[in-house]
Design a protein around this ligand. Structure first.
Ligand SMILES: Nc1ncnc2c1ncn2[C@@H]1O[C@H](COP(=O)(O)OP(=O)(O)O)[C@@H](O)[C@H]1O
Ligand SMILES: [Mg+2]
Length: 239
């Protein structure tokens, strides 16, 4: 699938934590403008896949090509600079910077986006962040922290936005706000890789899906394919 339309191509990666191997030849690919989900029960290797793509826990075998560059052996700051914005599990915003400082600190347009994100545009996407601009990161609710983490990733004008557990631990109304935001970003042409437990919303918004089990890709297909095989969800997601 390595043509010009391919943004990310992960091929047969193997990743270990010390002596413990977690990914066993995992593959996935994302085209430009696509929104793709990565599904699988807890502990199956979703976060490790993201960490491997970002170079935080480098894969020891396989290939990871991003926008035409082989990145598997690159340090993570270089991979991020190629245009990947990560919203990590647990948010990890800067607790002792204000909301505005968190956003401005991330601001960059290294790739020369024609219509780059600005503070005003982030505030239009999440009005709550405008109201909370002068508050410190550690004074925010979980939902506000997630909005800030998304806003911070967008301020780097990434080619690919990755969200690990997009709505985990958030109140229902905030979850809806996050899903609406993701729909808007997709409509704007943003390429997105998302992990979340809400299969209904993932099926509604994403183009394609990958299901992983014990570090291997066991299924991939479109939303229509996924809905046509309800047994999959029972078998691989425990739903
Ligand atoms: N830092 C780590 N050191 C050792 N094992 C880890 C570490 N992080 C995750 N694991 C193990 O790797 C496996 C996959 O974890 P993870 O990628 O976090 O799964 P998921 O995100 O799908 O829940 C699990 O068995 C987990 O216990
Ligand atoms: Mg995880």
């Amino acid at each position: 699938m390595a043509d010009a339309a391919t943004l990310l191509d992960v091929e047969g990666i193997e990743t270990c934590y010390g002596l413990s191997q977690v990914l066993f030849g995992l593959s996935l690919a994302i085209k430009r403008g696509e929104m793709v989900s990565l599904m699988g029960r807890n502990g199956m290797g979703k976060t490790t896949t993201i960490r491997s793509i970002m170079g935080l826990t480098p894969a020891r075998a396989g290939a990871i090509r991003f926008a035409g560059t082989e990145v598997r052996s690159l340090p993570s700051y270089r991979i991020a600079k190629l245009g990947i914005g990560l919203v990590p599990e647990g948010r990890q915003i800067f607790p002792n910077l204000t909301v505005r400082e968190n956003l401005v600190a991330a601001s960059a347009n290294r790739l020369g986006a024609s219509d780059p994100w600005t503070l005003d545009k982030i505030h239009a996407l999440f009005p709550r962040l405008a109201e909370r601009g002068a508050n410190m990161g550690n004074q925010l609710s979980g939902g506000e922290q997630q909005m800030l983490a998304i806003g911070r990733a967008l301020m780097t004008n990434p080619h690919l936005l990755i969200l690990d557990e997009a709505t985990e631990g958030l109140a229902p109304l905030i979850r809806e706000e996050i899903w609406n935001c993701l729909s808007m970003l997709k409509a704007r042409g943003q390429s997105i890789l998302v992990i979340d437990k809400n299969v209904e919303n993932l099926t509604r918004i994403c183009d394609r899906h990958y299901i992983i089990e014990r570090g291997r890709t066991v299924w991939s297909g479109s939303s229509a394919d996924l809905m046509a095989e309800p047994g999959l969800q029972h078998r691989y997601l425990g739903i």
